[in-house]
Unconditional design. Structure first.
Length: 361
C-alpha cells in the first residue's frame, strides 16, 4: 500500500520540575480538561462490562499498598495529579490499574546492526482511535535523579520515554494467566525511567510484587538492548541476535508461553484471538534481517509505516469488521536514540505523518 499524503497532527507539550508531588499537581492542572474526557471515555467502556466503575475502583484499592511500596515517587505524582486535576484519587488509580489490551510493535537495534553505529528504539502505539485525543509529551525534571520525557496519555499514563541517564523504555501488552494482587503494570515504566543505570532499570522491570506485566523494551546509551518479557510471577530476558530485537504482543521465550492467556474469547491464547501479533512480529523480523548491518533511522521509520496485513499491520488502521469499541489504530510512533537522549514522535498513522524530534535532554 503506498504512503498517504503527509500530515502533521498536533502534539501538546509540557515541561515541569520540582518534587514529584509538585510535578503531579502542575501536570494535573495542565491536563485537567483532557483527563476528564479520558475518564469519561473509560467510564463509558466500563458501563458496557460486567463490573461497574465504583465496584472496580473499590477492588483496585487493594493493589495500593504494593504501588506505594514499589514506586512511592510516582504515587506522590499521582496524588498530586488528582489534586491538580480536581478528580478523585480512587478514580485515577483505577485508570492506572486497568488492563488495557493495546497491540504495539517494537524494534530495538544497536551498533552491531546500524549504519551509523547508534542505538535506536522504535515503537508504534496502537490503541483505540478516541485515545489519540489524550496524547501529550511531558518533560520532567525532578529535584533528584535523572530528568526524563514521556509520550503520555493526559500526562499521567507514561508510555514511551527517554531519560538523561541514557535509558529508554517502551512496552508491549502481554496477556497472562497468573495475574494477581500486586503492583499494576502501568507503574513499571515510570520506575524504569527514574533509574540511573541499566541495572536499576532491569531491577524495576523484574520486581516480584507485580500483579501483571508488559513486555518492557529497554535500550541504553552503551548499546545494550533487551526485552524483559514478564508475567506477574515470572520473567525472561531476551537479548539481541545480530544486533536487534523485535517484539509484539505474545510471549516469545519458550518458558513464558505457559503464561499466555486469552485475548478475546475465553480459552483462546493471544495468537489465536489476535493473529496480527504474529504477522507484525515476523514482518518486522523479516525487514530487520534484510537490512541488518545497514539499519538507519529512516529505515526504522519506513518499517513503522509497513502495511503488510492491513488493516492490522505494523502501521495499524481501524478494522471496520470489528465492533467500534474493539477497533484500534496507530495513534503515534516514536524513535528514540538513548545515547543522544533524543525522542522523535510521529503523531497519527506513520504512513501519513512525519517523525519530528521533540526531545533532546
Amino acid at each position: 500500500m503506498p504512503r498517504s499524503k503527509s500530515r502533521d497532527l498536533p502534539l501538546p507539550e509540557f515541561s515541569v520540575s520540582g518534587s514529584f508531588r509538585t510535578m503531579g499537581e502542575k501536570t494535573g492542572e495542565k491536563f485537567k480538561k483532557t483527563f476528564k474526557a479520558q475518564m469519561t471515555d473509560s467510564k463509558t467502556r466500563f458501563a458496557k462490562g460486567p463490573v461497574g466503575w465504583d465496584k472496580a475502583a473499590s477492588d483496585a484499592a487493594a493493589h495500593l499498598p504494593f504501588s506505594d511500596a514499589y514506586n512511592p515517587d510516582y504515587m506522590e505524582f499521582v496524588r498530586g495529579y488528582a489534586e491538580g486535576a480536581g478528580v478523585r484519587f480512587e478514580d485515577l488509580y483505577l485508570l492506572l490499574s486497568e488492563d488495557e489490551k493495546a497491540q504495539c510493535t517494537d524494534v530495538l537495534v544497536n551498533q552491531d546492526a546500524t549504519a551509523d553505529g547508534h542505538t535506536y528504539s522504535a515503537h508504534t502505539e496502537d490503541w483505540r482511535p478516541a485515545s489519540m485525543d489524550f496524547v501529550a509529551l511531558v518533560k520532567f525534571k525532578p529535584k533528584t535523579g535523572p530528568s526524563f520525557a514521556f509520550v503520555t496519555h493526559s500526562g499521567i499514563e507514561w508510555i514511551s520515554g527517554v531519560n538523561s541517564a541514557g535509558l529508554s523504555v517502551t512496552g508491549n501488552s502481554l496477556y497472562q494467566n497468573d495475574t494477581r494482587l500486586g503492583t499494576p503494570k502501568m507503574l513499571v515504566a515510570p520506575k524504569i525511567m527514574m533509574a540511573k543505570d541499566l541495572s536499576e532499570a532491569v531491577t524495576a522491570a523484574i520486581d516480584p510484587t507485580k500483579g501483571s506485566s508488559y513486555n518492557f523494551n529497554i535500550a541504553h546509551a552503551s548499546g545494550e538492548i533487551l526485552c524483559v518479557e514478564a508475567s506477574a510471577t515470572d520473567y525472561a530476558i531476551l537479548y539481541p541476535t545480530d544486533g536487534f530485537l523485535v517484539h509484539a504482543n505474545f510471549h516469545v521465550d519458550p518458558k513464558m508461553q505457559r503464561y499466555e492467556t486469552a485475548f478475546g474469547p475465553l480459552g483462546k491464547r493471544t495468537i489465536e484471538g489476535s493473529p496480527s501479533t504474529v504477522i507484525r512480529y515476523h514482518r518486522a523480523l523479516k525487514l530487520m534481517l534484510k537490512t541488518a548491518g545497514d539499519v538507519t533511522p529512516e529505515g526504522l521509520e519506513s518499517l513503522m509505516r509497513d502495511h503488510v496485513g492491513h488493516p492490522n499491520s505494523i502501521c495499524r488502521h481501524p478494522d471496520t469488521r470489528l465492533p467500534e469499541n474493539d477497533r484500534s489504530q496507530t495513534n503515534y510512533a516514536t524513535l528514540i536514540d538513548p545515547a543522544e537522549r533524543t525522542l522523535k514522535v510521529c503523531m497519527g498513522s506513520p504512513c501519513q505523518g512525519r517523525f519530528v524530534e521533540r526531545v533532546r535532554l
